[in-house]
Design a protein around this ligand. Structure first.
Ligand SMILES: Cc1cc2nc3c(=O)[nH]c(=O)nc-3n(C[C@H](O)[C@H](O)[C@H](O)COP(=O)(O)OP(=O)(O)OC[C@H]3O[C@@H](n4cnc5c(N)ncnc54)[C@H](O)[C@@H]3O)c2cc1C
Length: 649
């Protein structure tokens, strides 16, 4: 008889899971379209969940001031574009639901404006429309998530009588990045004074505990696990000598991080720029700067701006963003993005912008007179968002599946908007409609669009991203190791940052290593080697198919490997995890390697965002830039186009 050998790998995994605390069966909630399904018990394949220790903590022994059932920011586990929020997208894309509006019931509700998408763009569009047309205008905002804000999502945790606020998506207001007058004015109207940032930032922590930046070299890519601290504080030669790298890789990294020679001496500056625009940063490092391929894994995790990787980032763009290797070329680099300015953020990131907008649109949802000092702690009443008595209504967990003019687009006076909510299809009617949703979905929502416009809308591929928040019981391991930021080029999450929290109003940041703290982890899923759009698609699939349990295992094992030498204990130190997966993340931006160099008016986002009858198109996607100011500007344009069309300006 042949006895099948035991699978040592499976046994190892089991033991490892136990040591990491995967077995801890803690109070948890599953949510389906905003309704609590079950409490307690973690099922192996479930993709949802609140994860914490089995000690009295989150939403258990000490009750949070808000209830997660009524207050979505408190929900943890798998968030962002969580499965139920996007479940109708596939059938929408495949066309199954596209006839519903025509065949569906008569509209139950009439509005002046129906907005698809409750992100910053949709909320701003409502604000601009009211500013132009008056506060009595009836507006319905539909969003497929159980919370408003789109990428501007707040993650809240409650532990031992204290609330910890984190950002689940967009976090900073980039200034003085060129905000338009419109976008600047809106921030001012909301009472946000970005220039006061230094009053709030919690810098003491890093200085007081001499916390710095480190690279984690993993054994799969570098032969052994080693955390090398002191990056940027010690000379590069000393720093890379501590890294598990061969002599050639060390030598080249020291050279690239120092003063480089001119690697392209035979070319003029213009020729260099033209050449760099057509090669990837990876090609520059290997072929032009002659870096040893052994050093390449150090660059692999780099997300680059807009998730362009070392293999998909044009070398010129890398140079413009200050990447190493270019300082001997004599390039005159225009400072198109000032890193130092990328600073202002609320503890919940730009979710505070969304909340301030909601406060303006639906005054009853927040206590009166909110300011940048009070908004973080202001209790938002979700029950007030969709009241019949309110001029503006925000309807959550409502996925729009079809948008259709009643009559010929250029003559029609009304638009039908069909949406799925609670397992049923409903129809609302608007005189106007603004699509502030993902532009790539619009051809399926509105199949009557001209073919060229639909092709243009289908051109970009949104960038997949993942922002994970882990509430830690303490951060003494970070203190012992002297780190606040870890880059882990070969690991699942490639960046890991302690978030001490901004001290704003009465919300105070973390001050001592024995206090709980939020740890922010980032991943930009991709598939190196493929063209950029293909990498984005592969990353989207990864996020859509991985279970929460697998994410949790990756998080626990990575933190254990990186921080174990500092005494970190994943089983005991992790209180809660919220994974914000964004398969449809950043708006697609063009680059000189993979996109044709078209005149501005012929670019896909411009062709795609054209007005169609009573319907206009907003969202940062229609500006081909993943920024808050773009979301606001596109909202303003979309409102303006409707008003001009009606002769109302
Ligand atoms: C992880 C991450 C980090 C970011 N960080 C920053 C940052 O620090 N600073 C910055 O300026 N920008 C950042 N951005 C860019 C961010 O996308 C924009 O700044 C801005 O928030 C986009 O707003 P929006 O309203 O245009 O789009 P979204 O926020 O995507 O909102 C669109 C909304 O429409 C909804 N929707 C889509 N289809 C439908 C449908 N069929 N029915 C109903 N609703 C639908 C979506 O679910 C979503 O809620 C970040 C983005 C991500 C993903």
């Amino acid at each position: 008889m042949i006895i099948p050998p035991k699978n040592p790998k499976a046994e190892n995994r089991k033991a490892l899971e136990k040591r990491l605390g995967m077995h801890r069966n803690i109070a948890r909630r599953d949510f389906l379209n905003g309704a609590a399904l079950a409490i307690a018990g973690v099922s192996a394949n479930n993709t949802f969940g609140t994860v914490g220790s089995n000690q009295p903590s989150l939403s258990t022994a000490s009750a949070a001031p808000q209830d997660a059932e009524k207050y979505p920011p408190l929900r943890s586990g798998l968030r962002g574009q969580y499965p139920e929020a996007v479940q109708d997208f596939e059938s929408l894309r495949s066309g199954k639901l596209t006839q519903l509006a025509a065949a569906g019931p008569d509209p139950g509700e009439d509005y002046d404006l129906v907005i698809v998408g409750g992100g910053i763009s949709g909320l701003s569009a409502a604000h601009f429309y009211r500013s132009a047309m008056g506060a009595a205008q009836k507006i319905l905002i539909l969003d497929n998530h159980d919370d408003f804000g789109g990428h501007a999502k707040r993650n809240e945790f409650y532990h031992d009588g204290r609330t910890y606020v984190g950002f689940g998506g967009t976090w900073s207001i980039a200034t003085p990045f060129p905000y338009s007058y419109t976008a600047k004015s809106l921030l001012k109207e909301l009472g946000i004074e970005v220039e006061r940032y230094s009053e709030f930032v919690n810098r003491d922590l890093e200085e007081k505990y001499t916390l710095g930046s480190a690279i984690f070299f993993d054994k799969e890519h570098f032969g052994e696990d080693r955390l090398v601290t002191g990056r940027g504080r010690t000379p590069w030669k000393t720093y890379f000598e501590k890294a598990p790298l061969g002599e050639a890789a060390r030598r080249d990294l020291v050279r690239l991080h120092g003063k480089n020679p001119d690697y392209m001496p035979e070319m003029s500056v213009d020729e260099k720029r033209a050449r760099l625009a057509r090669m990837s940063y990876q090609q520059f490092l290997l072929d032009v700067a002659k870096m040893s391929p052994d050093a390449l894994p150090v660059f692999l995790g780099n997300g680059g701006r807009n998730n362009k990787r070392v293999d998909t980032m044009p070398a010129l763009e890398a140079a413009q963003h200050g990447a190493v290797g270019f300082n001997g070329l004599g390039l005159k680099l225009e400072e198109n993005f000032n890193e130092g300015s990328f600073l202002f953020h609320f503890p919940d990131g730009n979710a505070s912008i969304a909340r301030l907008l909601v406060g303006k649109l639906i005054p009853g949802a927040l206590p009166e007179k909110q300011s940048m000092n009070t908004i973080v702690q202001a209790p938002l009443d979700y029950a007030r968002l969709d009241e019949a008595s309110s001029a503006v209504r925000i309807r959550l967990s409502a996925t729009v599946v079809r948008v259709q003019h009643q009559g010929e687009p250029e003559k029609a006076q009304t638009v039908l908007v069909a949406y799925r909510k609670g397992g049923a299809t409903h129809v609302a009617r608007g005189k106007h409609c603004i699509l502030a949703c993902y532009n790539g979905l619009i051809p399926a929502l509105l199949p009557e669009l001209p073919v060229r416009q639909k092709e243009a809308l289908a051109y970009p591929v949104k960038v997949p991203m993942m922002y994970t928040n882990v509430l830690l019981r303490r951060w003494s391991a970070f203190q012992k190791l002297g780190v606040a930021v870890i880059d882990a080029p070969g690991m699942y999450h490639t960046e890991c940052t302690l978030d001490p929290g901004t001290t704003l109003g009465n919300y105070r940041g973390v001050t001592t290593p024995e206090e709980p703290i939020l740890l922010h982890l980032m991943r930009n899923p991709n598939k190196p080697g493929l063209p950029r759009k293909e990498q984005n698609r592969a990353g989207q699939q990864e996020l859509l198919t991985m279970t929460f349990r697998e994410f949790e295992f990756q998080i626990r094992s990575q933190l254990d490997r990186m921080l174990g030498p500092g005494g970190f204990n994943a089983a005991d130190d992790i209180l809660a995890i919220t994974v914000n997966r964004w398969p449809l993340g950043y708006a697609y931006t063009y680059d000189t390697l993979s996109d044709p160099d078209l005149p501005p008016e012929q670019r896909p986002h411009v062709l795609g965002r054209q007005r169609f009858g009573q319907i206009t198109i907003a969202n940062a996607d229609s500006g081909a830039a993943a920024f808050t100011n773009q979301a606001i500007d596109e909202a303003h344009r979309a409102v303006q186009e409707l008003l001009v069309h009606e002769g109302l300006t």
